[in-house]
Design a protein around this ligand. Structure first.
Ligand code: G1P
Ligand code: ZN
Length: 540
C-alpha cells in the first residue's frame, strides 16, 4: 500500500458556488476530476485531524467515497468517520463533525438535483463548526485547483463500508458509524418525544413522510417508526442511487404522490417531505401547503413550546429573498433579525457567535444552532411538537399565525436554461436603472427604494457584494431578482415576489393571487420582453 503521485492537466472550472462544487455527474466522472478537487481541499486545509465523510447515496457516491478515502489516507489524515454504506444526510454530517470535534467534513451531494449518469453530483467541504466553508476557504481551494497538476493517492482495495466498526488503511483509522444514531439522539434532546408519540397515537391522527427515495429514508424510519412508534408512515423510504428517477425537491410539484394523498378523500392530518440530502423540508396539511417562509416564521413564533428552544431565542436570521414574515415575529419577540445573502454558509458565523438561534431560507430550508446546516427532519419534528403542544392542525397553526402577524403572500418564479451572458446583461440592466426606480411609478406601483443587496458579516466583517436586486414597494410589496448559484448548465433567473397584508381577507386568497400583480411589475422593471422572457419554467 504505497502512496502514488498521479499527474493530470489542471481543471480551470472548480469554483464552488452557493453550496459547494456542483456539476453534471459526467463532469465528476472524468478521469482525475474528483481527485483533483479533493487534493485541492487537502492543500488548502491539510487533513491533520479527523474528517467526517459521507453523502446522500446518489449515483457515484460509493465510488467517489473510495477515492476520497484513499486520497485522505495518502495525505496523512489520522482518522475518517464514515456513514455506513457511505450514507450521511447533510445535517447528520454537520452534527458528526461537531460531536467528533473533527477538522471538518466532505459531504457528497447535489441536494435536490436529480441523480444518475445524466444527473448531477456535488462535493461540499464543511469546517470544524460543521458549517459549509466560508468564501475565503472555498476561494482558497479554487485558487489551488486552478494550477494543481497532481494528487497523491494510496494504492489499496476498496474499504468495506457496509459494517460499523473501526479498521485501518495505511496509518489512517476508518470508523464506520450508524448514520442515524447520533442524529436521532440529538433530536430526542431537542423535542418532546413523549408528547409527539401521544399525538401520533391519538385516534384519528395519521401522518405521511415522503423520503423521495433519497437520504432521509433510514433517518425517518429510525425517528418516526422506531423511536416515535408510528409504523408505516415513511413513503419511498429506500435510498436509491437514481432517487427512483425523481427530482427530490420537497415542493408540491415534485412530491406529487404525497400531494395526491394530502388532497385525496381520506388525507393524513400531517404530511411532510425532505430533499435529496435531507436539509430541506415541506409541511402539508389536508389540502393545505405551508409556504417555506411561513414555516420559518411559525417555528420562531412557537419556540416557547419546544424544550430545546424555550426561553433561548437570542436572534433569528433569514436569507434576503426569504419573506419578511420572520421579521414581524422577531419584532414581536424583541430579538434581532438578520438578513443575509442566499446560501447557508452566511448563517454559520451568526450561529457560532450566539447572535441567532434559528434561521432559514425561502427555498424550504430552516435550522438552528443544533448543527450548522439546514435540517429537514428537524423542521418536521419541530412542527409535530408545535401541533402536539398547541393541539392544533397544520392549517389552524398557520391561520392563527396570519391572524396575529399578518400574511406575507409569496411566490418564486424561476426562469431556467437562460444564456449566461444574456442573464448577466439582464441583471446589469437592472443595476444600471436602480437610481431611476424610486423616482417614478412602475405599472401603477410606487417604488420606495431599490438596491443591489450587499452584506457585511457583523462578526467577521467579510463583505459580499451583488447579492440580488431588490425593489421595495411603498405598499408593502417587494420584488427581488437574482441569478442562481447552484445551477449546472446555463443560468437560472429567480424572481421573488412578496406582498404583505394585514387584512383578514388575505387569509382566504391563494399566495399566487396575492402576488399576481407583482409579476407584471417585475417583468416591466427587468425588461423581460427585450430579453425574450415570457413564462417562468417553474413556480414555487
Ligand atoms: C438555492 C436556494 C438557496 C439554497 C441553495 C442550496 O440556491 O435558492 O436558498 O441555499 O439552493 O440548497 P440558488 O440556486 O438560488 O443559488
Ligand atoms: Zn438539500
Amino acid at each position: 500500500m504505497n502512496p502514488r503521485v498521479v499527474s493530470f492537466e489542471p481543471f480551470p472550472d472548480q469554483r464552488p458556488g452557493t453550496s459547494g462544487l456542483r456539476k453534471a455527474t459526467r463532469v465528476f466522472q472524468q478521469p482525475h476530476y474528483l481527485a483533483a478537487f479533493v487534493q485541492a481541499i487537502f492543500i488548502a486545509r491539510p487533513p491533520t485531524a479527523p474528517l467526517v465523510v459521507g453523502g446522500d447515496g446518489r449515483y457515484y457516491n460509493a465510488e467517489a467515497l473510495q477515492i476520497i478515502i484513499r486520497i485522505a489516507a495518502a495525505n496523512g489524515c489520522p482518522r475518517l468517520v464514515v456513514g455506513r454504506d457511505g450514507v450521511l444526510s447533510t445535517p447528520a454530517a454537520s452534527n458528526l463533525i461537531r460531536s467528533r470535534q473533527a477538522l471538518g467534513g466532505i459531504i457528497l451531494s447535489a441536494s435536490h438535483n436529480p441523480a444518475g449518469p445524466e444527473g448531477d453530483f456535488g462535493v461540499k467541504f464543511n469546517g470544524p463548526n460543521g458549517a459549509p466553508s466560508a468564501e475565503d476557504v472555498t476561494e482558497a481551494i479554487f485558487e489551488v485547483s486552478r494550477t494543481l497538476r497532481s494528487y497523491t493517492i494510496l494504492d489499496a482495495h476498496p474499504v468495506d463500508l457496509s459494517v460499523t466498526g473501526t479498521q485501518r488503511l495505511g496509518s489512517t483509522e476508518i470508523e464506520v458509524v450508524d448514520p442515524a444514531a447520533d442524529y436521532a439522539d440529538l433530536m430526542e434532546r431537542l423535542f418532546d418525544f413523549d408528547r409527539i408519540r401521544e399525538l401520533l397515537r391519538a385516534p384519528g391522527f395519521s401522518m405521511a413522510f415522503d423520503a423521495m427515495h433519497a437520504v432521509t429514508g433510514p433517518y425517518a424510519v429510525e425517528l418516526f417508526e422506531r423511536r416515535l412508534g408510528a409504523p408505516g408512515v415513511v413513503m419511498r423510504g429506500a435510498v436509491l442511487p437514481d432517487f427512483g428517477g425523481g427530482h427530490p425537491d420537497p415542493d408540491p410539484t415534485h412530491a406529487a404522490e404525497l400531494m395526491a394523498r394530502m388532497n385525496g378523500l381520506h388525507p393524513p392530518q400531517f404530511g411532510a417531505a425532505s430533499d435529496g440530502d435531507g436539509d430541506r423540508h415541506m409541511i402539508v396539511g389536508p389540502r393545505f401547503v405551508v409556504s417555506p417562509s411561513d414555516s420559518l416564521a411559525v417555528l420562531a413564533a412557537n419556540a416557547e413550546h419546544i424544550p430545546g428552544y424555550r426561553g433561548r431565542l437570542s436572534g433569528v436570521a433569514r436569507s434576503m429573498p426569504t419573506s419578511r414574515a420572520l421579521d414581524v415575529v422577531a419584532e414581536h419577540l424583541g430579538v434581532p433579525c438578520y438578513e443575509t445573502p442566499t446560501g447557508w454558509k452566511f448563517f454559520g458565523s451568526l450561529l457560532d457567535a450566539g447572535r441567532i438561534t434559528l434561521c432559514g431560507e425561502e427555498s424550504a430550508g430552516a435550522g438552528s444552532d443544533h448543527v450548522r446546516e439546514k435540517d429537514g427532519l428537524w423542521a418536521v419534528l419541530y412542527w409535530l411538537n408545535i401541533m402536539a403542544a398547541r393541539g392544533q392542525s397544520v392549517e389552524a397553526v398557520v391561520r392563527d399565525h396570519w391572524a396575529r402577524f399578518g400574511r406575507h403572500g409569496y411566490a418564486r418564479l424561476d426562469y431556467e436554461g437562460l444564456d449566461t451572458e444574456r442573464a448577466a446583461a439582464l441583471m446589469d440592466g437592472l443595476r444600471g436603472r436602480l437610481a431611476s426606480f424610486p423616482t417614478g411609478v412602475l405599472v401603477g406601483r410606487r417604488v420606495e427604494s431599490a438596491d443591489d443587496f450587499a452584506y457585511v458579516d457583523p462578526v467577521s466583517g467579510a463583505r459580499s457584494e451583488r447579492q440580488g436586486v431588490r425593489l421595495l414597494l411603498a405598499d408593502g410589496g417587494r420584488i427581488v431578482f437574482r441569478l442562481s448559484g447552484t445551477g449546472t448548465s446555463g443560468a437560472t433567473l429567480r424572481v421573488y415576489l412578496e406582498q404583505y397584508s394585514r387584512a383578514p381577507q388575505a387569509a382566504d386568497r391563494s399566495a399566487h393571487d396575492l402576488v399576481a400583480e407583482l409579476e407584471g411589475v417585475a417583468a416591466h422593471a427587468a425588461m423581460f420582453e427585450s430579453f425574450g422572457l415570457s413564462r417562468p419554467s417553474h413556480r414555487v
